[in-house]
Write a protein that binds this ligand. Structure first.
Ligand SMILES: [Zn+2]
Length: 420
């Protein structure tokens, strides 16, 4: 006990002397002092990705530490990354074990930066991961155990309104109005249940979005938050929806009457961000739902992913002389959908396989009797082709009356405040 106290005092004394000497040197030889602080030695990792190795010169004991930023490669685990950087396997095990208390290791993605501080001898002393814009997690060795620390940035959000007029495309309109890309993509994804992007949108149409901007407590803009509300005003119709957290705690998007935006089938089964970022309406494919043509066509570049319009099961996946490579799915409530002229059918799509809404089932092509790359899309109801542009698919969920009351009061408050 006495010995450790003594050691502590001696060490502090030593540090104080070192500090005073540094201050002295800095005062009299500022340039030399800077030069005399050696940059930390970089440890070579297998991936060779070391971003920063500089050391802070002002902390007295910092010259005993190295600092390296490693980057997680695709398919690499945190322990794999640290081991490949030559740190001891036993220490790596402890570090990962410690971080595993607060982090779901499966959710750490490729590209994640990992800051490693180590002693001059190469022993890890601290490992830090900034896992999200507002959360940093680190584990520190206290000489005996690995201790977890978390920095959480306090944030607040400000709802921001954007009213964009579509000139070239929906995506373009929103982006030129500085709506963050994730917000635009979310809106497009939700509109794709009710809007046929290739036929419903024209120049002059309006896109109104209300979304959160998240700021740190010291007023720095950090990141785009949730989409709160979106409205698409077109000649034919207005489509609008609100984000709403139900009384049972689930958050989803709803229309005024309490129907969820999500439908059992998608109106646009082709990657709608691609359609809406292109010039879809300029070359409107022939909308002919007469005679022998029993579906609608989406003209998009070859290779564009095509998604299952709804949950269901694969009925047919293969070659047909007219339809080329085509996939037919069966869904609940006696609906079937068919997609034709694929360049390629996606892996895992074969007769009998289950599919989920939004799953990629194939890629646009021009196989079979086709004049150019497009996706031919058919919807069958009780085995008979029906016109998907005229269909109103049932909602996935309908709010009950209590929730509708709460939703409406929220809508009234926001509409009033933002003049929606
Ligand atoms: Zn067609």
């Amino acid at each position: 006990m006495h010995m450790s106290v003594l050691r502590f005092a001696i060490r502090n004394c030593y540090l104080a002397v070192v500090f005073l000497v540094l201050v002295f040197i800095a005062a009299y030889y500022p340039s030399r002092a800077t030069a005399s602080v050696k940059a930390g030695e970089a440890r070579k990792s297998a991936s060779g990705e070391i971003v920063e190795v500089a050391q802070a010169p002002t902390i007295p004991d910092s010259d005993t530490r190295n600092q390296a930023v490693l980057k997680l490669a695709r398919g690499q685990s945190l322990s794999g990354l640290l081991t490949s950087a030559d740190y001891s396997a036993a220490v790596v095990f402890d570090v990962v074990d410690s971080l595993g208390q607060v982090l779901d290791m499966k959710r750490i993605l490729a590209g994640q930066e990992v800051l490693v501080r180590s002693s001059r001898e190469g022993w890890i002393e601290e490992v830090e991961l900034k896992v999200s814009f507002d959360r940093t997690v680190r584990t520190k060795y206290d000489g005996d155990d690995w201790l977890i620390e978390e920095d959480i940035t306090n944030t607040y959000s400000i709802p921001t309104l954007s009213i964009a007029t579509i000139e070239t495309s929906l995506f373009e309109a929103a982006r030129s109005n500085k709506v963050p890309a994730p917000v635009v993509m979310r809106a497009i994804e939700l509109f794709s249940f009710n809007v046929d992007f290739q036929r419903d949108i024209k120049p002059g149409d309006k896109l109104i979005t209300l979304y959160e901007k998240i700021y740190s407590h010291d007023n720095k803009y950090m990141i785009a938050g949730d989409l709160i509300y979106a409205r698409l005003e077109t000649d034919a119709k207005n489509v609008e929806f609100w984000q709403y957290t139900r009384l049972d705690g689930e958050t989803d998007y709803y229309e005024l009457d309490g129907r969820s935006v999500q439908r059992t089938l998608l109106k646009t089964p082709v990657d709608s961000v691609r359609i809406s970022s292109g010039f879809g309406y300029r070359k409107i494919p022939t909308l002919n739902f007469e005679g022998l043509h029993r579906g609608i066509d989406f003209a998009v570049r070859s290779g564009t992913p095509v998604m299952a319009a709804g949950d269901g099961r694969v009925l047919i996946a293969g070659w047909h002389n007219t339809y080329g490579l085509r996939v037919k799915l069966s869904h609940a409530n006696h609906y079937d959908t068919m997609y034709a002229h694929f360049s390629k059918i996606a892996a895992g799509v074969y007769a009998g396989a289950p599919v989920s809404q939004g799953q990629v089932i194939g890629y646009v092509g021009s196989t079979g009797l086709s004049t150019g790359p497009h996706c031919h899309y058919e919807v069958h109801y009780y085995g008979t082709p029906v016109n998907p542009t005229k269909l109103q698919f049932p909602p996935e969920h309908q709010l009950d009356s209590e929730d509708i009351v709460v939703l409406n009061s929220k809508i009234a408050a926001l509409s009033n405040h933002f003049g929606l």
